[in-house]
Design a protein around this ligand. Structure first.
Ligand code: AMP
Length: 280
């Protein structure tokens, strides 16, 4: 496995592979890798002849400076894990390599980034689009893999690919969870023992919501989930939105859409966790 730090080296390496007719799969990450990331890597390895993964903590998508400062970083361990899985090429650029000058591009995602994470983390998805478009430009992947844990991010990236008329196919991958149901996240390692103990309630409440009869109204279900999670002193629901999976806009009745998701963000002390579940 090769590890490269510059865009020029990466372009050269990928060009060689493309010339040999190899199909390129790409898994962008911010590192501190866990089994969720590994599931994306394994899918890419299975689908493509050549898999590239990147480790880059992108400053432009952090609206909270402390979150950026505290974000876990362990590149050596990550690289060893990627090598063990059989990844072909890892890209670990510096901030200056990705942003030799400030990226002033402003994307317009219409209504899909005005809700949920977009509303609570101003500028977040613009930063995501900046970095992912730059990485796509450098890697030129045929397929790119993203986790459904970041449900809204997938919608944003699909929209960006459409706007920029890119050829890459976006492959959504299912959420990987710990044995107690907590969605794996690099931020989980920042939780103290009491917080970690409480966090699985997020998925329990979502699962309970999924089991409710359709006679329960959307608003009653919403209140039920918020109430159940907020009853735990360690947890504070920031939003719970029951939305149409394509438009990401809230629905007020079960008949409004055939594909309905519940998307949640919960504050656990200074840490924010997100999760989602299909409700219809
Ligand atoms: P991150 O390193 O947090 O930027 O995540 C890199 C990729 O891994 C994104 O596409 C995430 O959606 C995905 N990912 C993170 N956590 C999980 C998980 N628990 N299950 C599946 N995919 C995940």
């Amino acid at each position: 496995m090769k590890v490269v730090t510059t865009a020029a080296e990466l372009r050269q390496e990928v060009a060689l592979q493309k010339a040999a007719g190899r199909v390129i799969g790409f898994v962008p990450t911010m590192g501190a890798l866990h089994s969720g990331h590994v599931s994306l890597v394994d899918k890419s390895l299975n689908d493509n002849c050549f898999t590239v993964s990147s480790i880059f903590v992108n400053p432009t998508q952090f609206n909270d400076k402390n979150d950026l400062k505290n974000y876990p970083r362990m590149p050596e361990k990550d690289i060893a894990l990627l090598e063990e899985r059989g990844v072909n090429l890892v890209f670990t650029p510096s901030v200056a390599e990705i942003y030799p000058e400030e990226d002033s591009r402003i994307f317009d995602f219409g209504s899909i980034d005005k809700v949920m994470e977009g509303a609570k983390r101003p500028g977040h998805f613009n930063g995501v689009a900046q970095v992912v478009s730059k990485l796509f430009d450098i890697v030129q992947p045929d397929k790119a893999y993203f986790g459904e844990k970041d449900f809204q991010q997938i919608a944003i990236i699909k929209d960006m690919v459409k706007q920029l008329k890119l050829k890459v196919e976006i492959i959504p991958c299912p959420i990987v969870r710990d044995s107690d149901g907590l969605a794996l996240s690099s931020r989980n390692m920042l939780l103290n023992p009491a917080q970690r103990n409480s966090a699985p309630l997020i998925y329990r409440a979502l699962s309970n919501a999924q089991k409710q009869e359709r006679s329960t109204s959307i608003s009653a279900l919403n209140q039920m989930v918020v109430h159940e999670i907020n009853a735990d002193n360690e947890l504070d629901v920031e939003y719970f939105d029951i939305v149409d999976a394509d438009t990401l806009q809230s629905v007020s009745s079960w008949d409004e859409s055939s594909n309905i998701y519940g998307c949640i963000a919960v504050k656990v002390g200074a840490i924010r966790l997100i999760d989602n579940i299909r409700l219809k």
